[in-house]
Design a protein around this ligand. Structure first.
Ligand code: HEM
Ligand code: HEM
Length: 545
């Protein structure tokens, strides 16, 4: 990795990690009586590890000018591995939390092992660390191929990847230490939030700089989705995290918003995190890797563009469906409901476009588990968006809200759509990145597919059952007009479903472990000598010929 950097880039990397260590030191000193002090030590340790890695490779020979005739893929390779390692850890915590809900005494009397601390480790771990690394890694790959341009320099992509993983590390270790600003999906405190702004703006500028160097006149639709993901996440993150810290030496901060305005800002953020983190970026992935793997052009380019504008415009207004029957004005709730219903159209356009692309290639779907992952992802995308639009209808939400139905919907989207599209894309990408013909074991890809399918179905069906039973029990009255069931009655009724969910989660986790193993074995078996690049940037390739 360091071997690919020029001397100047190596020096700059050392200076940046030194600066990072100094920031960590300042946090550790100023926050010696506060949990932020511990976070400072994590920053120092992280910066030192990065610095040592660069210093160790400092005297390696510099790469020659011929590097510019190939795409720059080292950050993509590392990003894939980071995504899978984080994925396995975060899904393990998800399964742990599932067992904890079935057997609540499993906390060993330790604060860090309580549900309230482990749950955000799971949610941030899967969404940001697993999903985010997968998005960063694939976006670097896709933007270069579709623009026929190499990334503009070699240090910035590392800054984005390494910096982003520091954010993820601060987030999850902070939760375990009890640091949280209690906003769902935006739990990290102000210091981690500010760091993420720096990283994210750099990411956006890097993406635009690469596009500006493109040799291809057209900007392929996958790039539109990736750009929407990067740009809108920056906007959401900055607005939702506007807060005033108690002091530089304290982790705690106070939000600029209060009451119902705070709730609305949070769910404007929360729903658009679903839209632009869990949807737009992964649609970018789908629009590149699915047609590539099927070896067919996408069914309709026009549909992909119409879908893009529909999704980007409609999602922005839908967040208030999370706040039905609250103090939020009724018209705002109705606005959210209406836009959620309209969202079904662009969502299904995207799902249909993916499935129609496979028309004529169904025999490949039958034989190739990698393509099947992507096909199933498109089906689950269609299913979960239909379910979401349905749940946004106020009277339906009256039943589903606060119940496990929401958790079932979430995991139909995240296991069935997000994770499956990542697995399918990685199984396509890994052999390309390490110059292999195929994955180490095709049979293990097949086993993974069936574990992931079984795990998703068991998880989602158990949560649908449990959620609808919960909702119905909570609204059952007896003849005298009082509630027919106590809350504890409903908990007892949930118990078998919670065990079923934990078993489904274990199957899904086992599949992810197999995927990581298969990737690592593919890398291990990769030939020492990489074959000359067959997909070099167009202009340079022409010059070389
Ligand atoms: C047309 C598209 C969609 C619509 C209209 C929609 C609508 C909804 C609704 C109405 C809720 C329940 C809100 C509540 O009662 O509090 C919800 C929750 C949620 N949805 Fe969706 N959904 C859509 C697609 C998706 C997809 C594709 C994913 C994941 C990849 C997803 C992830 C989530 C998450 C994470 C929550 C839970 C939020 C919480 O923590 O309460 N949604 N969605
Ligand atoms: C091994 C697989 C997984 C298991 C066992 C699992 C388990 C869980 C559990 C037990 C919860 C807490 C539910 C509650 O509070 O009642 C949860 C929440 C959540 N998980 Fe997972 N999960 C898994 C994979 C994933 C993945 C891959 C993603 C995203 C890419 C994800 C995203 C979420 C989200 C967004 C929530 C919050 C839901 C809400 O507030 O409604 N999970 N998960």
């Amino acid at each position: 990795m360091v071997a690919g950097l020029t001397k100047n880039e190596r020096q700059l990397a050392i200076v940046l990690s030194l600066l990072m260590a100094l920031f960590g030191l300042a946090m550790a000193v100023a926050g010696r009586d506060d949990p932020i002090g511990g976070q400072g030590f994590i920053v120092i340790a992280y910066a030192l590890v990065v610095m040592c890695a660069v210093i160790t490779g400092y005297y390696l020979p510099e790469p020659g000018e011929d590097r510019l005739s190939e795409y720059y893929d080292d950050p993509t390779r590392v990003g894939i591995i980071l995504a899978m390692v984080w994925g396995v850890i975060a899904m393990f915590v998800g399964d742990w939390v599932s067992w904890l809900l079935a057997f609540p005494d499993m906390t060993f009397d330790a604060a860090w092992a309580s549900f309230g601390r482990l749950r955000p480790v799971h949610t941030s771990g899967v969404i940001f660390a697993f999903g985010g690394n997968a998005l960063i890694a694939t976006s670097f790959h896709v933007v270069q191929r579709t623009s026929r341009a190499r990334l503009p320099d070699q240090l910035t992509p590392w800054f984005v990847l390494v910096g982003y993983n520091l954010f993820c590390l601060l987030a999850v270790t902070g939760y375990l230490a009890g640091i949280t600003q209690s906003k769902e999906y935006a739990e990290p405190e102000w210091y981690a939030d500010i760091w993420l702004v720096v990283v994210w703006v750099t990411y956006f500028v890097l993406y635009i700089r690469t596009l500006a160097r493109r040799k291809e006149p057209h900007i392929y639709v996958a790039n539109w989705y990736y750009m929407a993901f990067i740009l809108v996440v920056a906007l959401l993150h900055i607005v939702n995290n506007l807060a005033v810290p108690v002091s530089f030496g304290h982790a705690k901060s106070y939000s600029l918003f209060a009451g119902v305005q705070d709730a609305m800002t949070e769910w404007w953020y929360g729903h658009n995190a679903v839209a632009f983190f869990l949807t737009a970026g992964f649609l970018g992935m789908m629009y590149y890797y699915l047609p590539k793997r099927a070896n067919r052009p996408i069914y309709s380019y026009r549909m992909s563009i119409i879908g893009f504008w529909g999704i980007t415009f409609f999602y922005m207004w839908a967040g208030s469906h999370h706040l039905h029957y609250t103090a939020l004005p009724l018209w705002v709730q109705n606005l959210g409901m209406t836009f959620s219903l309209m969202l079904l159209i662009p969502s299904w356009i995207a799902a249909a476009n993916a499935l129609l692309t496979l028309n004529g290639a169904w025999e490949k779907v039958r034989d190739d588990a990698t393509l099947r992952f992507m096909m199933v992802a498109a089906v689950f995308y269609g299913l979960s968006t239909f379910e979401g639009s349905f749940m946004a209808i106020r009277p339906v939400n009256a039943l589903s809200h606060y119940t496990d139905w929401t958790v079932g919907h979430v995991h139909a989207g995240t296991l069935g759509w997000v994770s499956m599209i990542v697995f399918g894309s990685f199984y396509s990408l890994v052999p390309w990145m390490w110059k292999r013909e195929r994955m180490y074991s095709g049979r293990l890809v097949e086993v993974h597919f069936w574990l992931a399918m079984a795990g998703t179905l068991v998880y989602v069906f158990s949560m649908w059952n449990s959620g609808i039973i919960q909702g119905l029990m909570w609204r059952s009255y007896n003849d005298s007009g009082t509630l027919a069931y106590s809350f504890v009655d409903s908990l007892v009724a949930m118990h078998p479903y919670y065990i079923a969910r934990a078993v489904g989660g274990a199957l899904f986790l086992a599949g992810a472990v197999i995927c990581l193993y298969n990737i690592l074995m593919t890398i291990r078996e990769a030939p020492e000598q990489r074959s000359p690049a067959t997909d070099a940037p167009l202009a340079l390739r022409g010059a070389a010929e």
